[in-house]
Ligand binder design. Structure first.
Ligand SMILES: O=c1ccn([C@@H]2O[C@H](COP(=O)(O)OP(=O)(O)O[C@H]3O[C@H](CO)[C@@H](O)[C@H](O)[C@H]3O)[C@@H](O)[C@H]2O)c(=O)[nH]1
Ligand SMILES: [Mn+2]
Length: 625
């Protein structure tokens, strides 16, 4: 039902054996009937009604309820960590609307099954819900207007308390895992974030091509669909596409054990959450087992009672297998990466499947502060993986072999890039301003080696990017964001990891803002960077921007106006600052040329000028000692 062909590139171990997988869902009919389809449980997470509009959560749910899948085999579970009445209300409305909308979509073969306009009226302040499991739609009772069963929709708001860590998204997913196992226990689970919608009702057929293939089934842990975005601007200024992480590298991993878990758009074999393929780890009670046969309706009194119990914060306190051996794994803010890695170590495989028509569409933050806040959390999470006992280099090499371990390490150690990037953003420039040469001058033959290496690395990166349907503009943004993250989110991520570790700052999952401000979105489509707020993460960025500009102008003046010989110029240092200046153009614009609300706050500019001067003076003082 699925074939394998050869395609594009990726770095290091990702390059060894790239593979593209293509499902042929039309062949599914030959081997199974619709009545043989396995149960599918969809998990949707939401956490904060102020940052994640309830209406968006409802559309996410509706878009999957509209799957081309037997309604009585499909159940949607929404976890609401925000405990918001409004989210609950939006979902209740979604069910009412779905009864009309779903048959309409199916009859008219509508592909985009996400009705935005209908829900725009749900938006006002709200109150809180504490611990609850509510059945909003039940397949055996609710029918759509054409008489077909509606999918189940279950709202879960787990109980939380200060005394028990609630483990953020991984905790929410484990609660859903337990609740769903006693209610429907679908052998296949789809995890989705509330900023994603299904864009193709036939996606489940594609994933079934893999899960029903007996040659791969026994070890198949999950099928990962790519994260594709809607509403990107032309240059994708924030590099939100993450082409390497979400598109190029996963094809490379397909030839090894399979892609890492992206946290969303993933179909799991429920069994992966209970030990390796050959080493089953049983849960505390039979109702939580993947082998449990559900024999009661989902709103049965005893079932609901039990569901309440397993959704309580106390539940995991004495059941320590959850999050370590069973379920989604705790201990890292990138629970997705950490869980996928441990599953691979246990012997599971995964598949990356990227159909022509995107299976899911996601939104991305459009303000720089939101972007770097998100990637900072990822950096902290990755460092937590590095420092855990599941270090990808040590533990990984033992269990998944050197190539896979290399790939996981490439990501996990990623935040450490911030050190060389910070050094290159400041040191060549400050030393040049102080007349200190640290790299070969233009007259030195080694100068050409530096230029060669630079062009080589950048050239390769560019070619790979272009080969996977990239544009030069987007590649340029991508490399710029790599540098920006190096001096902002990666750097602050490292610092935050250390402060968490020594206990100065409590660990937290800062939910990405998904509320869209019209003015901001207008500027975004004009291709302007959105600064606007005072964020400490902007400070090193704008300090570097100022230093690069000063150094470049100074070097330029020396050659062209002060008669210094070109050959004696600090070649590499001059080159680095010139490159810095070109990359920092949007920062200068935001500091000087713009007057809109997205400009660089004066406070950031002021602090940066002061810092740049301080750094210069320090080096100057030290060089004279
Ligand atoms: O305590 C929490 C925190 C978050 N979430 C949910 O987790 C999802 C992801 O959160 P978001 O703020 O959107 O983070 P992103 O950085 O955009 O998400 C990426 O990175 C996360 C790991 O940091 C993964 O979990 C996600 O799947 C992946 O898309 C959202 O649906 C949230 O509602 C919870 O349910 N409980
Ligand atoms: Mn998100």
């Amino acid at each position: 039902m699925a074939v394998t062909t050869l395609p594009a590139h990726g770095p290091e171990a990702f390059l060894m054996n790239p593979v593209v997988k293509k499902p042929f869902p039309e062949n599914l009919k030959k081997v199974m009937d619709r009545s043989d389809f396995p149960g599918l449980d969809v998990f949707i997470c939401t956490a904060d009604p102020l940052k994640e509009p309830p209406m968006r959560v409802a559309t996410t749910a509706l878009s999957v309820m509209a799957y081309d899948y037997p309604g009585d085999k499909l159940s949607v579970y929404v976890s609401d960590d925000g405990g918001s009445e409004l989210t609950l209300f939006a979902l209740m409305e979604a069910v009412k609307f779905g009864k009309v909308w779903l048959p309409f979509c199916k009859e008219n073969m509508i592909m985009e099954r996400c009705p935005d306009a209908y829900f725009t009226r749900i938006c006002s302040s709200d109150s809180e819900i504490h611990e609850n499991v509510k059945v909003l739609s039940q397949t055996s009772k609710d029918e759509d207007v054409s008489g077909f069963p509606m999918p189940n929709l279950i709202y879960v708001c787990r109980e939380k308390s200060r005394a028990v860590p609630h483990q953020f998204k991984a905790g929410a997913l484990n609660t859903l895992l337990r609740v769903s196992s006693m209610m429907t226990n679908g052998p296949i689970i789809l995890t989705l974030d509330c900023d994603m919608i299904s864009n193709d009702p036939s996606t489940p057929h594609k994933m079934l091509c893999y899960f029903m293939d007996n040659s791969i089934k026994p070890k198949l842990g999950y099928v990962q669909f790519p994260v594709r975005l809607f509403g990107l601007n032309r240059a994708d200024i924030y590099g939100s596409e993450f082409k390497r992480m979400y598109h190029i590298n996963p094809m490379g991993l397909n030839g090894l054990l399979g892609p890492d878990y992206f946290g969303t758009g993933t179909f799991f074999n429920r069994r992966v959450f209970y030990g390796g393929p050959l080493s089953f780890i049983g849960p505390e009670i039979p109702e939580l087992s993947p082998n449990y046969v559900v024999n009661k309706p989902i709103n049965d009194k005893a079932i609901l009672e039990l569901a309440h119990q397993v959704a309580r914060c106390e539940y995991e306190k004495y059941k320590s297998k959850w999050g370590s051996k069973i379920g989604f794994r705790y201990g890292s803010l990138v629970e997705d990466f950490f869980t996928g890695f441990q599953l691979h170590c246990e012997g599971w495989k995964s598949i990356y499947c990227s159909p022509e028509r995107p299976a899911f569409l996601s939104e991305m933050p459009i303000a720089l502060n939101d972007v770097v806040t998100q990637t900072k959390r990822w950096s902290v999470g990755l460092l937590e993986v590095v420092m855990s006992k599941y270090n990808p280099l040590i533990f990984g090499t033992r269990f998944i072999g050197p190539l896979m371990a290399h790939c996981y390490s490439y990501y996990a150690f990623g935040p450490i890039w911030s050190f060389p990037i910070v050094v290159y953003s400041f040191l060549p420039q400050i030393t040049m301003l102080n007349n200190i040469s640290i790299f070969p001058k233009v007259s030195d033959p080694w100068f050409y080696l530096y230029i060669f290496l630079f062009l080589g690395a950048y050239g390769q990166d560019c070619i790979e990017f272009m080969l996977s349907k990239g544009t030069i503009l987007r590649w340029w943004s991508d490399q710029r964001m790599w540098l920006v993250r190096g001096v902002s989110s990666d750097l602050f991520g490292c610092l935050e990891y250390i402060s968490n570790h020594v206990g100065i700052v409590p660990r937290g999952f800062n939910v990405t803002n998904k509320v869209i401000d019209n003015e901001q979105s207008k500027r975004y489509y004009e291709g302007k960077f959105e600064f606007g707020v005072f964020s400490p993460m902007f400070v090193p960025l704008s300090t570097a921007a100022l230093l690069n500009l000063t150094a470049f102008v100074w070097g330029f003046l020396q050659v062209f106006f002060m008669g210094k010989e070109f050959k004696g110029l600090f070649g590499v240092q001059m080159f680095v600052s010139c490159f810095g200046v070109v990359n920092c153009w949007p920062v200068y614009e935001a500091m000087i040329l713009r007057s809109d609300n997205g400009r660089m706050p004066y406070k950031v500019t002021f602090v940066s000028v002061f810092l740049a001067w301080g750094l210069f003076a320090t080096i100057s003082f030290m060089s004279k000692m």
